[in-house]
Write a protein that binds this ligand. Structure first.
Ligand SMILES: Cc1cc2nc3c(=O)[nH]c(=O)nc-3n(C[C@H](O)[C@H](O)[C@H](O)COP(=O)(O)OP(=O)(O)OC[C@H]3O[C@@H](n4cnc5c(N)ncnc54)[C@H](O)[C@@H]3O)c2cc1C
Length: 377
């Protein structure tokens, strides 16, 4: 790869806050283009929080772009169809016209990204919390250390300190529904006859609102998303209230019994963040720090990875850093904004329960290929 990072004979340096999917992608894509990169993770180790994750064509193209696709494809799964059931009756089976998509555990994706970052030479520091950043390119750690960089990337999630210390104008809101995310053994034999390799999105509105998103990640691991309104004490309870869930989904008893054994489950509501701008001076925000969204279209991480990857490409092409950040936002932001809006609307109206909701507009971000800057499919 061309070593275009040297401007005025100096190697460019980036400080990145956050070792999630967006931060690791940005770090790797920059390091692969010759930047010196230091990544700060506030936790004691790099690890993914949550259970499973869907990636679509856009995210898979990013993985190919940073040379991590092979590792992710091994040990993940593409279901034959995305089936939607309403009150236990199948209302649609979607295959997205062949658009690539994949389900995996979060740990699997995270491990592949971490491996690429380390291979690319990223200096990863754990127990290293960024508490302040400045548009001139300075960051301060909780330890009191200060660093100066040509580029600061705030990839520190929905509660971003990089964003909030700079004072980006923002709207933030939280959903009325939430999800308990769990990884359990597949138990295919015990589930008996059925198309258990599919994604099965099961909605019930009566006698109460409960949904299970059944998502096989590989041969042995199943991702269950158990959705309930926040004002339903039994539906939102963790560890899960076994009787409540089995009463509504009796055919899933073998896997719900496994889910009920998991004490560390969490019930999370969906946060949305909308900013007036994603960059200021030498600071760029990527991932949930910039655009946390409802997960209806399963695109939060995918868009974050696309935007992180696209940032490195833009910086390769536009010599002035602040100008590159502005043109990067102009290029990629409209796609994310539209995805965030549709995802929020779908979540608020529980639209996925109708089936056949992965329309061309809903799949716009998924169809984007950031390595070629075109829509495929
Ligand atoms: C229920 C649910 C289901 C979802 N399903 C999908 C899906 O299927 N597909 C999809 O694409 N997206 C999905 N998403 C969205 C996806 O989870 C997020 O968009 C994605 O994880 C955001 O990644 P990130 O790297 O921006 O932030 P995070 O994953 O939040 O990572 C931020 C990292 O920064 C660290 N950190 C935080 N503050 C600091 C600091 N001050 N200094 C240093 N480090 C710090 C954190 O410890 C963490 O490691 C879902 C979201 C929810 C809530």
């Amino acid at each position: 790869m061309a070593n275009v990072n040297k401007r005025g004979g100096k190697t460019l340096h980036a400080e990145i806050a956050g070792g999630g999917f967006a931060g690791l992608t940005a770090a790797t894509a920059l390091a692969q283009r010759g930047w010196s990169v230091r990544l700060h993770e506030k936790g004691p180790e790099l690890r993914a929080i949550g259970a499973g994750i869907y990636l679509w064509h856009n995210g898979l193209r990013v993985l190919e772009g940073i040379n991590a696709l092979e590792d992710v494809l091994n040990g993940s799964h593409t279901p034959p169809t995305y089936e939607t059931r309403l009150h236990n009756v199948t209302v649609s089976r979607e295959t997205f016209n062949g658009l690539p998509w994949r389900i995996m555990t979060r740990a699997h994706l995270h491990k592949a990204l971490e491996k690429r970052a380390r291979e690319a030479g990223v200096d990863i520091r754990t127990n290293s919390e960024v508490i302040w950043a400045d548009p001139s390119g300075k960051v301060k750690l909780v330890s009191g250390e200060m660093f100066e960089a040509d580029l600061v990337v705030g990839a520190d999630g929905v509660g971003s300190k990089v964003r909030d210390s700079i004072g980006f104008e923002q709207d933030r809101w939280i959903s009325t529904d939430g999800l308990i995310r769990l990884l359990v053994p597949r138990k295919k034999k015990e589930l008996g006859h059925g198309e258990w390799d599919n994604t099965i999105d099961m909605w019930n509105f009566w006698p109460r609102v409960l949904r299970i998103l059944y998502s096989p990640c590989n041969e042995s691991e199943l991702y269950l998303g158990l959705m309930a309104p926040a004002n339903d004490p039994d539906g939102s309870r963790v560890p899960i209230h076994y009787d409540t869930w089995v009463a509504m989904f009796p055919f899933l008893e073998p896997v719900l019994a496994e889910a009920a054994k998991l004490p560390s489950a969490r019930y999370d509501r969906y946060e949305t963040t909308k900013l007036n701008e994603w960059s200021r001076g030498k600071v760029a925000l990527v991932g949930d720090a910039a655009h946390a969204m409802c997960p209806a279209l399963a695109q939060g991480a995918g868009c974050g990875m696309v935007n992180a990857f696209s940032l490195a490409i833009e910086l390769e092409e536009v010599p002035d850093i602040e100008e590159a950040l502005r043109s990067w936002e102009k290029r990629v932001r409209p796609i994310t904004d539209r995805c965030q809006a549709i995802s929020g609307d779908y979540a608020a109206n529980r639209s996925l329960s109708k089936g056949n909701q992965f329309t061309a507009a809903a799949l716009e971000s998924a169809r984007y290929d950031p390595t070629r800057r075109v829509y495929s499919w």
